[in-house]
Structures are given as structure tokens and as C-alpha cells.
Design a protein around this ligand. Sequence first.
Ligand SMILES: [Zn+2]
Ligand SMILES: [Zn+2]
Length: 239
Amino acid sequence: MPRTPSTPSTRRSRADASPYVRNSSPSKPLRTSTGAQSESISDVDVEPLLRAEVVRARQEAARLKAETAKAKRDLRQTQKDKKKIEEEKKKAVSSAEAAQSASDKFLAAWDIVLACPGCQATMEQPFTLGECGHTFCHSCLRMWFQRCVSRRLERTSNIPQHLKKPPYTAAQLTEIVQQKYLTYVWYTCPLCSKCIDAKPIETRFLKELVMAVSDVFGPITHNLGLDPWADSWIDADRL
Ligand SMILES: [Zn+2]
Ligand SMILES: [Zn+2]
């Protein structure tokens, strides 16, 4: 295909068409193909427009740079905050675990200290045997002492049927005493078998400790009354 020869109008078009290239001879008018005089480049001074555009572009670049810097700062701060929150969370978890561990150890030691040698449960109403120092629940000692009474009664003749087996009431114990079915009961410690001559004494220190943590172990459920041994202890004064 034959190449179209360049004409003067096609050769000038690329460079001269750019609005950013200043005309080297602004006074020379341009003509259109129709021959009519077109607008002079000197009438459209591009330099202020170009400068304004450059200023605007620089301002935009500065704004974007500032926004980018702020976004980076915000991101760093967010990462710092996140790290701090994670560290605080770890500390809180560690602290809670330590507290739980201490609590578990304390309760385990507490259970051992306050465990009744008779029933192995935590004593609600601890009483101590003066002869040997062993401490038991009131209910454990009461049952043991009633057993001591029944063992003595087994060796006695003419015992009414209703008095042969525990549990006894205070009235039944009084009947045993008044009818002289027994004149003596051999009480012992359920743990060491030592002979017990005196009623157990209430261990106030332990009782107050138990009451201090009654929220943990539950409230004491029954009242012992004036004589906690009225249905299980026969002493010389009563005989
Ligand atoms: Zn007990
Ligand atoms: Zn004992």
C-alpha cells in the first residue's frame, strides 16, 4: 500500500497540539484550513493554569502523604493497643489461675485440717476429748457414745426391748439411770481407744474458724441445745 506523503499540517500536529507547550512565536496567528483566523495562543496563556495545576497536584500529594503518615501512625497505635490488651489479658488469666490454684490448695488444706477422723467430712461442730486431744464432729461422738452405752446394756439382764439398741433419746437415758440398768459406762475415744472420763469440750477456735467460712461449707444445720450429750452421756452425777 503506497505511503501517504506527509503534509505540513500532519507533521506539526503532535508537538503543537499539546496545550502545555508554549508557542515560540505567540504573535503569529494560526490559520484554519478554511483560512479563517483562529484564536491566538497568546490569548490562552497556559502558564498560570499549568502552575495552578502543579500547585494543586503538590497539595494533593502533600495531603495524601499526610494521610498515609497518619494511617501508619494509627496502625502502629492500634497494634500497640492490641498488644497491650493481649498482655493484660494474659496477666489476668495468669492471675486468675494463680488465685484458683491458691484457693484449691487452701480448701484442700482446710478439708484436711477440719476433716473429722470419724466420718471424714468437714466438721461443723467440733468437740475435743480432753484425755487424748482428738477432735470429732458432735454427731460422730454422740453416736459413738450411744454405742458405748448399748455395749454396756448388752451385758445387763432384764433390759426392756426399747432400750436395747440405739439411737437413744435423753428420756431413755434418764430411764436407764433411774431404773439402775447401768451404774457405769466405759467411754472411749473412737480413734485411740483411750478411756474418756469427762464430756468432750467444744473447740471454740475450730468452731469460729468453721463459722468464718460457713459460706463455703454451708451453714450449721442444727442447734445442740444446752446439753449436747443429754442422750449419750451417763456420768457419776447422773447415776
Ligand atoms: Zn464426723
Ligand atoms: Zn483419742
